[in-house]
Design a binder for this molecule. Sequence first.
Ligand SMILES: [Zn+2]
Ligand SMILES: [Zn+2]
Length: 588
Amino acid sequence: MSYELPTKRHSLSHILAQAVKSIYPDAKLAIGPDIEHGFYYDFDFGEVEFKEENLKEIEKKMKNIIKQNQIFENYRLPVDEAIRILNDSWEIYKVEMAEDLKAWWETEISFYKNMTQQWIQTFVDMCRWPHVWKSLDIDESSFKLDKIAWAYWKWDSNNKMLTRIYAFAFENREELDAYLKQLEEAKRRDHRIIWDKMKLFTISKLVWAGLPLLQPNWMVIRKEIEDYLWELHKNKWYDRVWTPHLAKEDLYITSGHAEKFWDELFRVKWADDSFFLKPMNCPHHMQIFADNQFSYRDMPIRYFEPATVYRDEKSWQLSWLTRVRSITQDDGHLFCRVWQISDEVWTIVSIIKEFYVTMWMIEWYWVRLSVRWPEWKYMWSDEAWEKAEWALTAAAEKYNLPYRIWIDEAAFYWPKLDFIFKDAIWREWQLATIQCDFQLPERFDLSYVNEAWEKERPVVIHRAISGSLERFMGVMIEHFAGIFPLWLAPKQVIIVPVSDIFNDYGQEICKKLKESSIRATVDNTSDSLNKKVRNAEMSKIPYILIVWEQEQNDKTVSVRNYKTKEQNVAKIEDFISDISEEIKTKKI
Ligand SMILES: [Zn+2]
Ligand SMILES: [Zn+2]
């Protein structure tokens, strides 16, 4: 008989518990659910110090149990009898769970026992079913104990800290191996490791966790991305604006953000006034629009501003650059007439497409059209919601976007199109977004003058192409495994003189490269040639130029390409014009 993978994973968690109890009889059992990629079980080892190296022994024991082909037999007991039995066996956590169930009016508790083929009982656990029927229904090479971690009983930090054993489990060894390999690859690309090597940003305890300080290498990449984004928007008739980082509470009370984001906002008190660090740019941009007397001829109005906003993510949510407290968005808002929505959405889609082609991520993407449900949860009126949902659906249809409708409980502002891309190792990232909003213009009483000299409300479209630049760059670092295309590489060229006497010629070349806006540097340390080349390759610098007597005499350079490993000799001017072209075209 075959079983669903979660059933196998969950059954394995019991086999883990049985193995632990056979080696550590005093360990207490808590819970052992199946999870994505495997399962875990929480134990209280009491005074015993359980270490990661003990996992080997447990894993071996588990394989033995599987080989014995133990049978899982499910049964139920009346709740009071269950509590008595659990009490007798000192399973304090199970007792607590059984008592919780009793408080919820449960009259019976599910158990199961493991037995050998000779009907000798080996293990009992209180648990909800289903399980496999016999342990040989599980492939003994399909799982691997991963690591130990700490977890509070019932997720409450006032409770005891338990030892959690994590494991991976799949249908068979091939699937397990494939997953472990993918994990290894992800680790190799982990932006934290690359960050260490490339010196990209700094987290200072004196500043605060979640407020990364960008080192020069990082700033180069970010500036290139920002400039490129602006280039794409400039061509579509956007205007740059700038807004301060602070605003009065009233602004966010008017916009409704204060109410929705109260717990995440940073408050600033000064004299008798209350301010917020800005959690988003929309309300500011509304004020910029409101200070103009636009007519229908001026519409649409499009503002672009890469801006940093601040939200107090709880520290357990902070995960390096994918979750930070200072978030820089490539933000933009456009104000248009209802019949202009569709064209404007298409303009944004074309920017998104061009950007992600350049980033080498467009081969596979899909679009999530989020609509509201249930209706009462949302801030705005039904009519506005319907209009906005309709406009986005029409645009997605008209331009043949690969979209799926999503009922999104989190979308409490307005409907949106989220663009989901896959990186080089096939992980999905939700990056770009287009949101259609009939409500902020209402709240801020925005208007323009129509053909009949009457005031008319504009629609606002919120859009971001890269999402948060911090998160986007974290994704990019792993996507490119630190080997950036030339236009993004913090250092594009390193010049390696073979010995000191060629340092001057090295500097001369460096000066020429810099004059052509190429990010170049000279390695004038006293290291050996081999060491210099190795260091340059470790830093993944795209081009290494080696200079020696021959090169100095001929005014040439020996070029080594990091990616292709090709080597050739070139006139310095030819090299400059070649790589300038590579930078300009943003070649991958
Ligand atoms: Zn179970
Ligand atoms: Zn916005």
